[in-house]
Design a protein around this ligand. Structure first.
Ligand code: SAH
Length: 244
C-alpha cells in the first residue's frame, strides 16, 4: 500500500454519533423520512462539538448526513439484491442504496428540529433511518432549489413503497397506554410496521404464524401477519421491555 502523503487513501474521523429510536438494524425503514415519528440526536464529538461549527445551521429545516454503515461488513460485491425488488433480482451496487458497498458510506436527508448546546452540541433530528451508534462523518444543509427534483426518474424505485395495514391487539394498546411516550411510540410503531420490515424473501409466504420482533426505543414490539381475505395486516401482539 502507498503511504506517501499524496496517497489515494483517506482517513475519516467521525464528527459525532447518532443516538436514535432504533437499537437494531432490523426494522429501520429503508429510507429517511418514512417514519417521521423517529427521533434521534446527533451528538457531536470534540473538537467538532463547537457551537461555532454549527452557527447558522438552525435556519435550515433539513440536513444531509454522511455516515458510515458501521454495522455492515467491509466486503461488498458488484451486484446486490434490493428489498424493493423482492430480494431476488440483482442490480449494480452503485444503482442501489445498499448498505453493503465500497467505503460503507451512507447518505440521509433528515429534518432538523433543534440544536441543543447545553452539554456540548447535539442536533435533534426527525425521521432518520440510522441505527443508534452510527458514526457520522459530515453534515451539510439541504438546498431545496438545487437538490429537489420531484420529476426525476427513479429506476426500480419510482415511488414510495406501498403501506401495510397495521393493527394492535387490545393488550398491546393497554401496555402502550401506561407509557408517558405512548402517542409518539404508537406513531413510531405504526410507521415502522407499515413499511413491512420483514425480510423481502419471506413476504411471499402465504400465512405465516411466525412472531416477529422489532426493537424500538426501549421496547421489543412483537407482531405477526394476519390475513383477512385478500388483505394482509401486521398485528402488534405485545410490547415488551427489551431484554438487555
Ligand atoms: N439513507 C441511507 C440508508 C439507506 S439503507 C442511504 O441511502 O445511504 C437504510 C438501512 O440502513 C436501514 O434499513 C438500516 O437497516 C440500515 N442501517 C442504518 N444504520 C446502519 C449502520 N450504521 N450500519 C449498517 N446498516 C445501517
Amino acid at each position: 500500500m502507498d503511504d506517501a502523503p499524496n496517497s489515494e487513501h483517506f482517513t475519516l474521523t467521525p464528527i459525532g454519533h447518532v443516538v436514535s429510536d432504533y437499537p437494531d438494524k432490523f426494522g429501520i425503514p429503508r429510507q429517511p423520512g418514512l417514519a417521521p415519528a423517529a427521533n434521534a440526536r446527533l451528538v457531536l464529538t470534540a473538537p467538532y462539538n463547537d457551537l461555532l461549527a454549527v452557527r447558522g445551521l438552525e435556519d435550515f429545516s433539513h440536513l444531509w448526513l454522511s455516515f458510515i454503515f458501521h454495522q455492515s461488513p467491509e466486503r461488498w460485491s458488484p451486484l446486490v439484491r434490493p428489498p424493493r425488488l423482492g430480494g431476488n433480482k440483482k442490480v449494480g451496487v452503485f444503482a442501489s442504496r445498499s448498505t453493503h458497498r465500497p467505503n460503507r458510506l451512507g447518505l440521509s436527508l433528515v429534518r432538523l428540529v433543534g440544536i441543543d448546546s447545553q452539554h456540548g452540541v447535539a442536533l435533534q433530528l426527525q425521521g432518520c433511518d440510522l441505527v443508534s451508534g452510527t458514526p457520522v462523518v459530515d453534515i451539510k444543509p439541504y438546498l431545496p432549489w438545487a437538490e429537489s427534483h420531484p420529476n426525476a426518474q427513479a429506476g426500480f424505485a419510482p415511488e414510495a413503497p406501498s403501506l401495510m395495514e397495521v393493527a394492535f391487539h387490545p393488550s398491546a394498546l393497554d401496555t402502550l397506554a401506561l407509557r408517558q411516550d405512548s402517542a409518539t411510540l404508537l406513531a413510531l410503531i405504526e410507521q415502522v410496521l407499515s413499511q413491512d420490515p420483514r425480510p423481502a424473501y419471506q413476504q411471499k409466504d402465504k400465512v405465516s404464524e411466525r412472531l416477529y420482533g422489532v426493537r424500538l426505543r426501549d421496547v421489543d414490539v412483537k407482531f405477526r401477519q394476519r390475513q383477512k381475505g385478500e388483505a394482509t395486516t401486521l398485528e402488534v401482539m405485545a410490547i415488551e421491555p427489551c431484554a438487555e
